[in-house]
Design a binder for this molecule. Structure first.
Ligand SMILES: [Zn+2]
Length: 711
């Protein structure tokens, strides 16, 4: 077991500098950079990492990525390393590597334009036989490589740019699924290959722009799975999610999404180790990829959270001081922007503070920490006196119970200065033990279960800072990477909770609610997904689209009974788009909303993550919506009513520019009721009683939003 020591203070300092990030869970991995002076040496380093000898070695010209980009599945099937070399003569370093590997066969990848015939002569000196694979262009080469494998599946990626094919390379390599490259239109060599092989399962990498559906449907080829995101990193994340069941390693490979050569040779090593290959920017990890890395983690970094200190209120218009650490807590008063407050403790996303003699809780998101205090635990038997001055004869202001954790705001001789429940005073040092880890201590975290991140290439393609972000020593500049992730399970093999549907109690949506309370309100309900789009799929093969529709239909009944004018983007298992594509589906929902102009737009979804332990409710709104403040208000209320009514874990209110939230013109929210990927919540989401209660919770949220609660 390898242990490393992380100076908590270091994480600390960074976390405090990052706004609104106090409880972000940073990545924490060991890293190892595999690189060399240049890309040739990097390919040799990768070879040395993965192979002590090799039956076959692949040679590729170092600038000729188009020919090698689709090579991973075939090369993986041979368990061969890829070495890059100059095209006219073998690089001397490659020669030594060939002497080490002692291959029986060398495959020259690429035409004679890239690897000249003189290389063939040279190669003969280091092997018994050689073969050349190379078409007149990258598409033809990909077909030649694909033809060497037998499979009823086929991966199709755009070959005009490298990242999508790179994203798929590790998966294709592990599963030995041939991969062919295409362009806007299907090259004739690829079309012929498809006609000949008639693949049963077609997986397309990239969006509609990268590989248009029409280019395939012309040949009667049906796409079974499309893995495409907004950009190369989202696409990469989707591929990694899709391949989850193929991954056997704790380790990850990280390659540049902007600079390919270091990654090509690495794809084969990733496939050999059955590890995913992730893409990154040079200076930081894009959020989609960061999230994947976070999900892959199996140990939680120590919560580097200060529990006390001084902070400045940043909320314009001031910040509510609430009586409980919750958005639904009663607002006691408003603390003006710019005020410096003493933070005496923290619970989740809330700091405890005292202002104008009132002690309560403020949201961590609107406080800029300016100073942190060390903390002490009261060890006095029973209780400890808090005195007005640092003296045994001074007035006793109050007593602090044994075990209480107090901030140390100052010291004098044998006394610590502290604040307890809003009262400032002095306690004897003798009865306080300082909690070292919160200030200057170091802590050992066993990172073995997390595995290692192999960083492919030098700091010129993936910077030192990015490496430090992976190690949890630097903070990402992306706000999305700093959000409060659901915490990991405390035990890696904890008991799976079983769900008893009989214990779910049906609530009466109308209890205590006036008849026709929503008269005059126009509400559009949007059950997510539908038709060809199943949405997320649960571990027991249940479909998100069905849960969304069931909840939405119950909500429709309830709202109608409450006097509202209700419509739905779909009320059966269809996509609202006349011809389905993901974009057309979302567009149809938004168009309906903007044409009918309801008062509220409520989208119902289930959440999913590859970490099946994660559960809870999240509510989203978008900054892009013209009525953003109403959206935020509605989201806050909705999250509260759903969490409290259904007794789910609070994942919180989140801002995200989902199209249905950003492009609609009325207040809109998207409720992720629970995690279909969590077996317990999957079972709950299936239960009609739960579905109806979820509808009731949303109904109550709407009532509260309109200020009609209790009326
Ligand atoms: Zn969904």
């Amino acid at each position: 077991m390898k242990k490393i020591v992380i100076a908590v203070m270091v994480c600390f300092a960074f976390l405090w500098n990052a706004p609104a990030s106090t409880s972000a869970s940073p990545l924490v991995y060991l890293t190892e950079r595999i690189s060399g002076q240049d890309r040739i040496e990097t390919s040799i380093s990768i070879s040395q990492k993965g192979w002590t000898s090799a039956q076959t070695v692949i040679l590729c010209e170092y600038a000729d990525y188009p020919d090698s980009i689709a090579a991973a599945p075939f090369v993986s099937s041979l368990d061969a390393p890829i070495l890059l070399t100059g095209g006219k003569t073998l690089d001397p370093r490659v020669i030594s590597e060939l002497q080490r590997l002692k291959p029986q066969k060398i495959i020259l990848l690429g035409g004679t334009g890239c690897l000249t015939p003189s290389i063939e002569k040279e190669a003969e000196r280091y092997t018994l036989s050689w073969e050349r694979i190379g078409g007149s262009n990258r598409y033809e080469t990909s077909v030649q490589l694909a033809s060497k494998l037998t499979s009823d599946s086929l991966i199709i990626a755009n070959g005009d740019n490298f990242p999508d094919a790179l994203s798929a390379a590790s998966y294709a390599g592990i599963q030995k699924i041939p991969m062919v490259l295409t362009s806007k239109t299907l090259p004739s060599s690829v079309a012929e290959y498809c006609k000949k092989t008639l693949p049963k399962h077609i997986i397309v990498i990239g969006g509609e722009q990268a590989v248009p559906t029409s280019s395939l449907s012309q040949l009667n080829l049906t796409i079974e799975t499309r893995l495409g995101g907004q950009d190369r990193y989202e696409t990469n994340a989707k591929v990694v999610s899709y391949m989850a069941s193929s991954i056997e390693a704790n380790d990850l490979f990280l390659a540049s999404g902007l600079n390919f050569p270091d990654a090509i040779a690495g794809t084969v090593l990733a496939a050999k180790l059955k590890a995913p290959l992730l893409l990154t920017e040079k200076e930081d990890i894009p959020p989609a990829v960061y999230t994947k890395m976070r999900e892959h983690m199996q140990v939680e970094p120590s919560a580097a959270i200060a529990k006390s200190g001084q902070g400045k209120i940043t909320a314009s218009g001031g910040l509510n001081l609430r009586d409980t650490p919750s958005a639904s807590g009663k607002a006691l008063l408003v603390i003006p922007q710019g005020t410096t407050v003493e933070i005496t403790s923290q619970q989740g996303q809330w700091y405890q503070t005292t202002y104008q003699q009132k002690t309560g809780w403020i949201s961590v998101n609107y406080v800029n920490i300016t100073q942190t205090y060390k903390q002490g635990k009261v060890t006095a038997f029973g209780a400890l006196n808090l005195r007005g001055n640092p003296s045994l004869t001074a007035e006793i202001l109050t007593t602090i119970p044994q075990g209480a954790v107090i901030p140390i705001t100052g010291e004098q001789n044998e006394w610590y200065k502290t604040i307890y429940q809003g009262t400032s005073g002095w306690v004897s040092k003798e009865f306080v033990s300082i909690l070292s880890t919160d200030s200057t201590g170091t802590e050992t975290i066993d990172l073995t279960p997390n595995g290692k991140v192999y960083v492919l290439g030098g700091s010129g393609v993936i910077s030192e800072n990015t490496q430090r972000i992976i190690e949890g020593k630097a903070v990402s500049k992306y706000q999305d990477n700093l959000r409060d992730f659901p915490s990991l399970p405390s035990s890696l093999d904890g008991p799976a909770s079983t769900y008893d549907p009989a214990k779910e109690v049906l609530l009466d949506p109308f209890q205590g609610i006036t008849a026709n309370i929503l008269k005059g309100k126009k509400i559009l309900i949007d059950p997510g997904h539908g038709g060809p789009d199943s949405g997320a799929v649960g571990p027991s093969d249940t479909y998100e689209k069905n849960n969304n529709l069931a909840i939405a239909l119950y909500l429709n009944d309830i709202l109608t009974e409450a006097g509202a004018a209700v419509s739905m983007t779909r009320n059966t298992d269809i996509s609202p788009a006349p011809a389905y594509s993901e974009a057309a589906d979302l567009e149809a929902r938004v168009t309906l909303a903007n044409n009918t102009n309801p008062d509220l737009f409520i989208s119902i979804h289930n959440n999913a993550l590859s970490n099946s332990e994660v559960r809870g409710t999240a509510t989203y709104y978008s900054d892009e919506n013209p009525q953003v403040s109403n959206c935020a208000k509605l989201a806050e209320i909705m999250e509260n009513t759903v969490v409290t009514t259904l007794n789910t874990d609070r994942e919180g209110v989140k801002e995200a520019d989902f199209y249905v939230l950003a492009a609609t013109k009325m207040p809109s929210v998207l409720v992720e009721v629970g995690y279909i990927s969590n077996p317990y919540e999957e079972a709950r989401l299936q239960n009609p009683v739960f579905q109806k209660n979820a509808a009731t919770a949303v109904f109550h949220g709407i009532i509260e939003y309109y200020g009609l609660a209790g009326k």
